[in-house]
Design a protein. Structure first.
Length: 211
């Protein structure tokens, strides 16, 4: 395997590993898959994939100016992210149970879901720390002066992250018709409750650390 191939494969691995843990974004995608199907869930996941690609670029290319700025604004970003999770969680908790196929997914709805996951991921500074850790464990990637390698690394991160969201969306969408409306209502409230808890955890950790 050539160095160029390895850079691309490393990007794929890193993108997949960072996206795979099921957190708030995963909950949103699962909720979208159950309510609106795999396409809506995948589009929502792509928002996180774009944000992952940005953070992967910063970490993988050693863009210290941007990473330092992100760390400087870490508290502010975390507050925004925590509040955003609370709002999304409350809306999910209060929304009526989804009815399978009742309302076709609109472009505006897809854009809204895409934007939500994009913002959640971008306002989580821990993402860049995770990228740095995974890149370090896989070995250094020196692509700062190699535009082709840099492009392949960034493309690999995006495709790796997108692959995870495609997998999650497909698996969840495949079983959505097995849930009754009552169970969908329970899952809807459950996902909303977990999003609320995630937002409270983010804000609580900031208070505990004294900002």
């Amino acid at each position: 395997m050539s160095i160029v191939d390895w850079v691309f494969v490393k990007g794929l691995i890193v993108g997949f590993l960072i996206a795979a843990p099921v957190g708030p974004v995963g909950l949103l995608c699962i909720r979208r898959a159950l309510a609106d199907g795999r396409t809506a869930a995948f589009v929502a996941g792509l928002g996180a994939a774009v944000a992952d690609t940005f953070y992967g670029m910063v970490a993988g290319l050693g863009l210290s100016l941007i990473s330092d700025a992100l760390m400087t604004w870490k508290t502010e970003l975390s507050v925004i992210g925590g509040l955003f999770l609370l709002v999304l969680g409350i809306k999910a908790w209060r929304s009526p149970p989804p009815r399978l196929g009742a309302v076709p997914t609109t472009r505006a709805g897809l854009l809204k879901d895409f934007t939500a996951t994009l913002l959640i991921t971008l306002t989580n500074p821990a993402t860049i720390i995770a990228f740095m850790a995974v890149f370090a464990s896989l070995g250094a990637v020196h692509v700062q002066d190699a535009p082709l390698d840099a492009g392949l690394l960034i493309l690999g991160v995006f495709l790796g992250s997108a692959l995870w969201w495609l997998t999650l969306s497909a698996l969840t969408g495949a079983v959505r018709h097995r849930f009754s409306p009552v169970w969908l209502g329970h899952l809807n409230q459950g996902s909303g409750g977990l999003l609320i808890l995630s937002g409270l955890a983010v804000l609580g950790s900031l208070l505990w650390s004294g900002f």
